[in-house]
Design a binder for this molecule. Structure first.
Ligand SMILES: CC(C)(COP(=O)(O)OP(=O)(O)OC[C@H]1O[C@@H](n2cnc3c(N)ncnc32)[C@H](O)[C@@H]1OP(=O)(O)O)[C@@H](O)C(=O)NCCC(=O)NCCS
Length: 178
């Protein structure tokens, strides 16, 4: 179990997300993103695939209540030639409003990215660059990518090992095969 080094007196700890009731995760996501969240483009990117347990996690408080969750999904960038580059879609990441700015979000990201690094497959997400840049995410490689829905390309971020070059163009979508 990973403990989160928090700035407050109380602590939280990270556990596999599949050990947490799915209802509780959905309620937390409603709280963080609103109940209309299912219409977001990110949801189209993971339509029909299941979250990867090793690249996902949840944060529980001292009483065992859910205060954070992060799920990652198999994603692919498919070129005009039909060749697919495997990727991971990271997110949604959510922390309960009462427990923000304690480091829980960053602790969940570190844990998920550790698993993603071991997979050798680059991570992609839709999010605010200032939060994710310290983890190596950037928008420079994604500007020519197509997405099945509206997206602000400044928020379409990819994280590669230094020197790894991703295709300049392609369509993002769920990855149904390994
Ligand atoms: C984004 C979120 C997961 C961060 O969780 P958290 O546990 O509060 O994050 P941490 O404690 O690790 O980091 C907090 C820091 O990130 C900053 N931060 C939070 N959200 C940010 C954002 N969208 N853009 C830039 N910085 C952000 C905070 O201001 C804080 O800065 P500080 O350390 O200088 O005080 C949480 O705010 C949340 O659930 N937001 C609603 C859902 C959401 O927007 N998810 C992300 C989609 S991109």
């Amino acid at each position: 179990m990973d403990m989160v080094a928090t700035s407050g007196a109380a602590g939280a700890h990270l556990v596999p997300v599949e050990t947490v009731a799915q209802d509780a995760v959905e309620q937390l996501l409603d709280l963080a993103f609103g109940q209309d969240r299912h219409g977001r483009t990110a949801y189209r990117l993971r339509d029909g695939v299941v979250a990867e347990p090793r690249a996902s996690c949840a944060a529980l408080d001292e009483a065992g209540l859910l205060v954070g969750s992060l799920q990652s999904w198999p994603l692919a960038l498919t070129g005009a030639d039909g060749l697919a580059t495997p990727l991971w879609l990271v997110g949604p990441i959510a922390v309960h409003p009462d427990r923000r700015s304690e480091g829980i979000g960053r602790a969940m990201l570190r844990r998920a990215l550790g698993a993603i690094d071991r997979s050798g497959i680059p991570a992609v997400l839709i999010g605010d660059a200032p939060y994710y840049e310290p983890f190596g995410f950037a928008a420079d490689q994604t500007q020519g990518w197509q997405v099945p829905g509206p997206v602000d390309h400044a928020r379409l971020l990819a994280r590669t090992e230094s020197g790894t070059v991703l295709p300049l163009e392609g369509m993002l979508g769920p990855r149904h095969s390994a």
